[in-house]
Design a protein around this ligand. Structure first.
Ligand SMILES: *Cc1c(COP(=O)(O)O)cnc(C)c1O
Length: 233
């Protein structure tokens, strides 16, 4: 039996609520970001009608197009960053999840300065050799210190994509990211940068968001489970 978008979204919403309950977390502590990268404006409109207000996009041009169609919604950029495309993203994305290069941080800072805003970002952390994207945990503190010096970039937390594989290893990846965030917060405080506090953990996708919630995810990025009518999860 095919489900409607409303039914799929309600299923995800119920599972998130149950997962929060099961580990004693507040439901408000986890935001569902509906990753709309594979769907068009009509599906976004349907999702808004169902009560979705956070959307994730991985292509700058697509983020721009959908932002312009629905500027009142929150648009998250979750894709690979390229310098020349940053002007489409800065100031439109409420949050950039996938920053890990200094040169991109600098470019975001200068674009945000010109626009008179502070751009919220997360730093993407790499989960092993198969993934090219993201920073090695060893290089994270230096990147945070670098961003601390940029007045128009505000780092709110960390993002990771778990390698495809078994749920147990995904869960271990998420647990490690939570520990890394706490370690970074201690180091920041000990280094005179207590004004930078990492709160957000953007982790978990359609196949593994239920593993991410008990490990402290504050944002789950769910695409297929909401938008794909043949997703069997
Ligand atoms: C596509 C994508 C998602 C959503 O993936 P699903 O498996 O469809 O839930 C989440 N995060 C990132 C970075 C993505 O590119």
């Amino acid at each position: 039996m095919r489900m409607t978008l409303r039914q799929r979204y309600e299923l995800v919403e119920n599972k998130v609520a149950q997962a929060c309950d099961a580990c004693g977390r507040d439901r408000e502590g986890v935001r569902i970001i509906a990753v709309s990268k594979t769907v068009d404006l009509d599906a976004v409109e349907e999702a808004i009608a169902v009560g979705v207000h956070d959307f994730g996009e991985n292509r700058p041009a697509e983020l721009l197009r959908k932002f312009e169609a629905f500027p009142q919604e929150r648009w998250h950029f979750i894709g690979n960053i390229q310098s020349r495309q940053l002007p489409s993203i800065v100031g439109r994305a409420c949050l950039i999840h996938s920053l890990y290069e200094r040169k991109h941080a600098e470019k975001i800072d200068s674009l945000a300065a010109k626009a008179g805003i502070v751009q919220d970002v997360l730093i993407e952390v790499n989960d092993g050799e198969e993934n090219k994207q993201g920073l090695e945990p060893d290089a994270l503190f230096e990147m945070l210190a670098f961003c601390h010096g940029l007045k128009h970039v505000r780092v709110k937390g960390l993002m990771i994509m778990a390698l495809r594989g078994d749920l147990q290893s995904a869960r271990a990846t998420f647990a490690d990211l939570a520990i890394l965030r706490d370690t970074m917060n201690s180091k920041l405080a000990a280094s005179g940068m207590a004004d930078m506090v990492l709160h957000e953990l953007s982790m978990g996708m359609s196949d593994d968001y239920l593993e991410a919630i008990p490990e402290g995810a504050t944002m789950v990025r769910v695409g297929r489970a909401i938008f794909s009518d043949d997703y069997a999860g």
